[in-house]
Design a binder for this molecule. Sequence first.
Ligand SMILES: [Zn+2]
Length: 209
Amino acid sequence: MLALSRERDWDFDAGLLPLDFANTAEWHASPKPSERLNAYPDLMAWSVEAGLMTEAEARSVLEDAEDRSEEAAAVLDRAINLREAIYRVLSAVAAGKKPVQEDLDDLNAALAEALSRARIEPAPKGFSWAWSGADQSLDRMLWPILRETAELLTSDDLDRIGECADDRGCGYLFYDISRNHSRRWCSMARRIRPSKSTGRAIPWIIYGS
Ligand SMILES: [Zn+2]
């Protein structure tokens, strides 16, 4: 059976879900980005680490994905296409440029579909967001990402979105919480870590047991 990818070295330092999602391709601004979502179980492993679902929920989704492998592959494609649109829009924002309309159109189409699933339900304190039909949907992780992307883009803090200034094409997006918005790099550790320029860590993906 399909198992959760054992990839664990995900980066959640960007500060916000849409930015962390955009950063699942490394060297994103270079001619050869390094893809980290190479199979549907990678997307599920990332979703668990991102707090979008529990490991038990992810395992249940993966069981469904086994019987719906073509659909799972299509979801991965769609997730990557959406991530690229999110990256391009946020990268343009970080550079003070206008995003490409086609990317906004793609995001809006996906957002409308995602929000048609959105609901609120009682929580121990007040209410929380929930999603109808999440149990049966292989693309459920995209819905909160899209909602948060829309919230970020409509916030007053767009000038806090930054992209690493490494001119080799690092492309790492971050949310700048420094007082004078002076952050320029993904991190000092990343700047000097040579392994990043040689490629991604190899995910440990198990198919079959
Ligand atoms: Zn960088």
